[in-house]
Design a protein around this ligand. Sequence first.
Ligand code: GLY
Ligand code: MN
Ligand code: MN
Length: 490
Amino acid sequence: MTDELTPETPDEDEQPIQQRKNGLYPGVSDELAENMTSGWADTELRDLEPIEQAPNAARRRAALSRRFPGERLVIPAGNLKTRSNDTEYDFRASTEFVYLTGDQTDDSVLVLEPRENGEGHDATVHRLPRSDRANGEFWLDGMGELWVGRRNSLTEAATLLGVACADVRELAGALRGATGPVRVVRGHDAGIEEALADKVTAERDEELRVYLSEARLVKDDFEIGELQKAVDSTVRGFEDVVKVLDKAEATSERYIEGTFFLRARVEGNAVGYGSICAAGPHATTLHWVRNSGQVRSGDLLLLDAGVETTSLYTADVTRTLPIDGTYNDLQRKIYDAVYEAQEAGIAAVKPGAAFRDFHDASQRVLAEKLVEWGLVEGPADRVLELGLQRRWTLHGTGHMLGLDVHDCAAARTESYVNGPLEAGMVLTVEPGLYFQADDLTVPEEYRGIGVRIEDDILVTEDGNRNLSAALPRRADEVEAWMAGLTGRQA
Ligand code: GLY
Ligand code: MN
Ligand code: MN
């Protein structure tokens, strides 16, 4: 980075900027220091309304409070991570903090402080305030607003979030001196964890993390609305990709990644996970995110991508598309089998069903197809019992979806994987068949073909709703949809 873009921090004086007085900035004339402290308008925003999800976040905090009465609960958003020198990786606030506040500001920490009367908690979001103009931090500190942009004042943030706000720079010291039971969500803020190191245990902190994962299993109306928005943007992103497949053929899978990312960045926050833009045999690599390969007419493109909304809810959708617009006979045969497996899986999604049911339903269809094609010796029951289909089905058939693509991952087995489905849960149904390029147990023409179809399914009171139904799935519908977007005849 050039000198012009680096704050003019003094060479010799190691004193924190906040502690310096006017006239004591080495390398800065008293006149400039004096000049920089004044002449700035009052920009306090006074007509703010709470964010849409403020009442939802309040209900979530109230439930958390009821679960851990009398205990101090500390939920950090996380800090910026250095990429090199004074550049940082993109920041993404911790899911737990976002869920409980609707806020996404780095360095912030939500604290639920137990009330002295033993009834409930008082919530405070500790965060960086506006930069002080008088002490120099505004322009001499790398985190000063002159460098990183205006922050909300503590008063503004309190209005937006519907939660009291305080200066986070005083929090670690206060926590260090505090007494009483305390739990922290680990893994996001090393400074806060260090301040609490002799007061917390891994086991008790894990109980907090598990609670916050399980609390997210059933989505509220705001969350379902955001997931639908994420899916709708994702559908548009898939359309964008189909329209530029010729350009991808002329370049690489990266053209697909970049095209989808443009949609994600313009309509949402970003992508919810690294886009898998897997052409040809790359489709058999489950997490192909290098996206460095050739895109060839005649091959399939497995595109697994999801827009993350500005509120940080993500879609997770996969389509396996014929790059030239038409599936050949073998591609169609495999695609149709996966489609049939997905149909069976989606039909098994309803309240009261076991979470595992949709996986079992999909796996049965795929096992029957593998037997029918002579790739494994039947009957299907034998294949399923021994798990032999897994050489080609590879992964589970779906997972919860929400703020995280693999949402609720810390939930206990009995509440999630071995639990029942409930109205308000949102999950993916995503069976696949993958024939590795070097798999000598299948006929040569199968090798290098990978197909996955993935949709985002809301469990409703009487069954389910496919949030991603706007994106065609059946082979002939996919071909017609592609022809309509590209002008190429299917
Ligand atoms: N995109 C990751 C998954 O489908 O689970
Ligand atoms: Mn996916
Ligand atoms: Mn998925």
